[in-house]
Design a binder for this molecule. Sequence first.
Ligand SMILES: [Zn+2]
Length: 386
Amino acid sequence: MATDPPYDGTIFLDRKIITAADPTAFLSVTDAGQAERLMFDRRLDDFKNFNAYLFNATFDDGLAAEIQVNPEFGSSDAARIQAQKYGAVIGKLPTALRTQVKTVWIHQGEQLFGGANNNLLIHTDQADLYERDGILEEALVHEACHTSLDEAHHSAADWIAAQKADDAFISTYARDNPSREDVAESFLCYLAVRYRSARISDADGEKILGAIPNRIAYFDAQPLMQSIHPIAPALLKLVNASASSELAELYNGKPQTADRLIEGPNNGICFWNSNDKGNDPTPWFSLQLEHRSVVDSLYIRWKRTHGSVGARPMKYKVLYSLDGKSWTETGVDQSKVPWLSSNLAVDALPGWRNPTRFIKVEMGESSYGGNGYFTCHYVLLRGHAL
Ligand SMILES: [Zn+2]
């Protein structure tokens, strides 16, 4: 029996998921003159040819879009102000959501936004209302999901399986439009729990992870979803992994060795496995970064279950080192994991200030029982190389 969705619509969930003060990937707009463009205008509920003011917008991750401004704004100067304003807001969206945005339509009017046709549709009087409520960025996240994610994901077999396994929807809007709105409604919540856990309330975090854990795991497993600039810093390259113990036995064609830990999201196929024969009383793994770096955040994807039981540590601590020999505690441990439980497969953790070349995770209290059995799919670190 499916439970009731915790929200009506997720763009109203929390205005702090992306704010006006957050960084943008937007670089600039350049004037591209005035020319005829076929644009959808929700006031007409139809497409129409407009002699639009055109601007080429660029972003610092290499993406670009043509912003087409309705001639009703009256002059290229007035139109440029609109293009710059919304270019900067769109630049706050993660790369993954901007990949398919090739054009932007800007009209006046208090009409709902739209996302489709490799485009974002903006009506500026509606934008003013969203801005007043602090949810302009959240509304554009939702629409950009339609533009960049829907086609690849809304009917993917693994997505449908995640919907079934969750047996719940995050919002009534998603529940009532499961093929059209579920990806967009869910993704904003994924951003919130994965990258904004310190900004949202504990109650909201628990509601999201309680309602759609399998959809969150689905997004986690998609390599594209790791492209979230400028929401968080870039992934740091990991070049080596070792562990106190590992299993040579193949699982889905790969040994369960520490090498798996640095291969990135793998859709849950492979993992490192500690020696579960009771021969490893002090289990740990360590990872080497390509460059000395400041680590901004750490993400550990434990194996969700072993049989029906998890095999994650309920206690652990993270240490750092510059030479891989002398180690210092980072202060990051299981107490920093929001909503920790034996069923939680993903730990999204804060970083630390000290320059780091190696990290080590020392584990205890396996949720499987005992002290020697742990499984982990992969680890991601974000930050800045020095
Ligand atoms: Zn929608």
